[in-house]
Design a binder for this molecule. Structure first.
Ligand SMILES: N[C@@H](CCC(=O)N[C@@H](CS)C(=O)NCC(=O)O)C(=O)O
Length: 196
């Protein structure tokens, strides 16, 4: 299988971490592609032009990180608990990723066309989501699961793109969750590049 990724993409990182956690590294070739280069291989696999994209050996392609994650977990024999609470946390974590990426997209526009309305709306959504996740993560027995992984990837992306963010203040459960993930080899092997 081929996993088309970008090293700065948090959605890609989630899939890359899963490949390593689930012991699938010898079955998956990672191919780097910057989505904005509109590289032919990516566009022929994914008409949406986005990463990540998992291409199976028969050419069939999966184009959403959540779908890819489900596929990888099934391929590995479902080693992690997958109940509705995990799915709920995954959905909230994915929403947090969407908001952080959307905020980033707004922030890198030329100053004259940035929208304070959208930046502020994204930031308020991010704060509400992490407050909810702080409560939810306190009730988890283990950091291993698609839900907590998605949350950890989103928090790590916040550190990458918004190092000034004080998200740890008053949120000890989320702080511990990211510490737990940061110490795992799968996370250590997939950091975003230092200058990007
Ligand atoms: N919902 C998608 C989001 C993927 C996504 O937005 N990836 C970004 C990189 S972080 C991308 O490829 N953006 C290029 C574009 O939107 O044109 C997923 O979960 O896989």
């Amino acid at each position: 299988m081929k996993l088309i990724i970008s090293t700065t993409s948090p959605y890609s990182r989630k899939c890359r971490v899963l490949v390593r956690e689930l012991g699938l590294a010898d079955q998956v070739d990672e191919v780097e592609s910057h989505p904005f280069d509109d590289d032919a291989e990516l566009l022929s696999a994914n008409p949406l032009g986005r990463v990540p994209c998992l291409v199976l050996d028969d050419g069939q392609a999966f184009t959403e990180s959540a779908l890819i994650a489900d596929f990888l977990c099934e391929r590995a024999g479902e080693p992690w608990p997958r109940d509705w609470n995990d799915r709920r946390l995954e959905a909230l974590g994915n929403g947090l990723l969407d908001l952080t990426v959307a905020r980033r997209v707004e922030m890198v526009r030329d100053e004259g066309i940035q929208s304070d309305f959208w930046i502020s709306r994204r930031e308020r959504g991010i704060m509400r989501a992490i407050d909810e996740l702080e409560i939810a993560v306190g009730k988890l027995d283990s950091p291993l699961g698609q839900g907590p992984l998605t949350m950890a990837v989103a928090l790590s992306y916040m550190d990458f793109r918004y190092p000034e963010s004080q998200w740890r203040a008053g949120r000890p459960n989320l702080k511990s969750l990211l510490e737990a993930w940061n110490s795992r080899p799968s996370f250590m092997a997939t950091p975003p590049p230092a200058h990007a």
